[in-house]
Design a protein around this ligand. Sequence first.
Ligand code: SAM
Length: 211
Amino acid sequence: MIPLIDQALDDYATRHSEPPSQLLRELEAYTRVHCQNPEMVIGSLEAALLRMLVKLTGARRVLEIGLFTGYSALSIAEVLPADGHLVSCELSPEHAGIARTFLDRSPHGGKVDIRLGPALATLEQLAGPFDFVFLDADKENYLAYYQAVMPKLRSGGLLLADNVLWSGRVLQPREDTDRAVATFNDAVQRDPRADNVLLTVRDGVMVVRRR
Ligand SMILES: C[S@@+](CC[C@H](N)C(=O)[O-])C[C@H]1O[C@@H](n2cnc3c(N)ncnc32)[C@H](O)[C@@H]1O
């Protein structure tokens, strides 16, 4: 991933944002040592943004697409109210197993319901409505996820999609994945149901508010 801003400035922004819990630090360190592509973890700055938006919207029913080892899920669960609930879709049993192990060590882990399997199939079985959605799985399906989820997002609810600048490759898409991310951004921009802003945080975060 190509950093969008100078690393020292990114570190400064991270140091001046809500820090992660000790368990989140451990989870990130474990992922770095034991998992392939540990850079998929959103990290503490983006997690602070997610947590802020979850709190601002008073979200109770959250959907995540792309659990990995559970960093974003645990970050959100920690700020959900006691009766809050997060459904997280994940394809890999190995990733889900690591996430469950860490979630089970948190007093907030019981709020997270992991659904194993291809997320598009899982979404068909979920009724909604959701207050908050975090989209962070395979980029080729971003638009399909968006189309499946928007009808289940309550009016005033938020959807955040990660990696929407795709290390800058959206500017000159060459590969299918580049085109998928660019197509997703264009579709959101044209969607009459959406208020949206593309934040240049980390690898780009699209924030969508359902009208
Ligand atoms: C970028 S990672 C998610 C990172 C996570 N949000 C975090 O902060 O640690 C994407 C995850 O999506 C999962 N994934 C990929 N294709 C999927 C699919 N079709 N259905 C469900 N999950 C999928 C991958 O196994 C991977 O764990």
